[in-house]
Each structure stands twice: as C-alpha cells, then as structure tokens.
Design a protein around this ligand. Structure first.
Ligand code: DGL
Length: 273
C-alpha cells in the first residue's frame, strides 16, 4: 500500500475554495495542495500554455507519490485535462488518475433547472474552450446553455475588493448581460474557483428564485462517490487528516490570501517548478 495524499491543483489560491469543501466532506484524507501562483492567472492564457503548466504540476504531484490528482481549476480542467488524460497519463503510470471539476458539475446541472435554461459564468479561457456546453450536451442534450466571461471578477477577489461597493458595477454588468441572453435562465453556475466569494453580490442582482451553484460541494460529493467506486484508489490514499500547501510564488502572499479563500490560516512552502 502506497498511502499518499490526494493532490489538489489550482493556478493559484482559488482552488482553496474547492479544497475547503472537499476537506469538510472528507476530513480523514491527507491532501497536498499546489497553487501555481507564479504563473497565474491561467484564465487568459492559451491552450498550449495552460496545458504545459498543468502537466508540469501534475508530474510534480506524481513525483510526490500521489495516485489521484484533482484539477480544482476550471481553466486547467477546460484546457488541459482531456489531453493529459488521453496523451500523457498512459506514459506517466497506468495506476495514476487526474480528475477535473467540469464533469462532476455538468453531470448533475440538469437536476437544478425547471426551465431548461442555464447560465455559465467563467473565465475567458473556460468560455472559449466551450467545455461546459460540450459536456452538458452529453448528459442533458435538451438544455439551453448560455455562457458569460467575467474577466474582472478574479482580479476583484484577488485584490480583496469583492465585498466593496466598486465590485457591484462588474457583477451587475455580467449578470445583466447573461440574463439578457435568455429571460428563462433559472440556474447560474459559478464555473470559476473565485466566484463563490462574490456570491453575496451576485445574489443582489438576480431574482430570488434563481439557483446559483458553487462547485465546491458538488466536486466534494463527486470525489466521495469516486473513492467509493474505486477502492483500489482509496486504498492508496493516506488518511491522517493532514494537509500541506505549496505555492510556486511567495509563501507570505499565499498565506495571506489563503485566509480569504480557505477561511483558516495556512503555512505554505515554496516550490520552484
Ligand atoms: N482558478 C481559475 C479558474 O477556476 C481562475 C483563476 C485563473 O484564471 O487562474 O478558472
């Protein structure tokens, strides 16, 4: 038995919102978190670059002994996951697994809508990849999917302006825009790690009846089910409830931002990649 942590990857701090939900659901596991802060944001980068960076980080997790790595980043899941799974994993180790955040969400999103019209709020990169409409079509072919890129939302959160009055302008702008694409939209998915921190503002600009979905809990439930279905992977996962954090940039900066995204203090280690 190898007994290694579950790897949780993000371009930076955002994946901490996903790790927080995973830890709440599955506190017994050990986790290894890596934020590629030195090269974030990924949301504005090309397919090739996001793929290259993500693959490097996935290799690092495997070098640490992880069997299972979760790409907690929507942009990495959209732009790199499929290629890594298809082209790289067979050579990296047949027992290794890399999962993303898009599939767990798209396979259940249809359960939340009454009208069959759903909106996806995401980074430019995730929207351009068309990953959400493509994946949703596989599970719910009759759904109408509308996308909106919100490029200012990540910087608002990272600069701790997400609760300020100034944030209202950018939140209202994108909410108004996506809702103008179809008045029948009754479900909005926050398809970016940072957007749950804007939930309070988003709620201000949507009808009270709107379902607004964050991914953390959905991904956590999906991981739980995955580990139940795959006891051979679960056996490889250490269960001492311990989490370690790595960042490719300043640890002081990571630890400060982690409070916003994770809600509790963390003590990260620097990694040169
Ligand atoms: N983590 C990214 C995502 O979920 C947002 C931040 C970035 O663009 O790197 O898409």
């Amino acid at each position: 038995m190898k007994q290694q942590p579950i790897g949780i990857f993000d371009s930076g701090y955002g994946g901490l919102t996903v790790l927080k939900a995973i830890q709440a659901k599955l506190p017994q596991y050990n986790y290894l978190y890596l934020g590629d802060n030195a090269r974030s944001p990924y949301g504005t980068r090309s397919f090739e670059t996001v793929y290259e960076y993500t693959l490097q980080c996935v290799r690092w997790f495997f070098d640490q002994g992880c069997t299972l790595v979760i790409l907690a980043c929507n942009t990495a899941s959209a732009k790199a996951l499929r290629t890594i799974q298809k082209n790289d994993l067979p050579g990296l180790g047949p027992d290794k697994r890399v999962l993303g955040v898009i599939r767990p969400t798209t396979e259940i999103i249809g359960q939340f809508t009454q009208t069959g019209h759903v909106g996806i709020l995401a980074t430019v990169g995730t929207v351009i990849s068309e990953s959400y409409p493509i994946e949703i079509r596989k599970f719910f072919p009759a759904l109408h999917v509308y996308q909106e890129a919100c490029p200012m939302w990540v910087p608002l959160v990272e600069n701790n302006e997400h609760l300020s009055p100034g944030a209202d302008y950018f939140v209202e702008k994108h909410i108004t825009h996506i809702l103008s694409k179809s008045p029948a939209i009754d479900t909005l998915l926050l398809a970016c790690t940072h957007y749950p921190l804007l939930m309070e503002k988003i709620r201000k600009f949507v009808p009270v009846s709107m379902t607004v979905l964050s991914q953390g809990e959905i991904v956590a439930n999906s991981l739980h089910q995955y580990l139940l279905r795959h006891p051979e992977i679960d056996e490889d996962c250490s269960k001492k409830g311990d989490t370690r954090f790595y960042t490719t940039d300043s640890t002081a900066d990571f630890d400060t931002h982690a409070l916003t995204f994770f809600g509790k203090p963390v003590n990260s280690t620097h990694l040169d990649i």
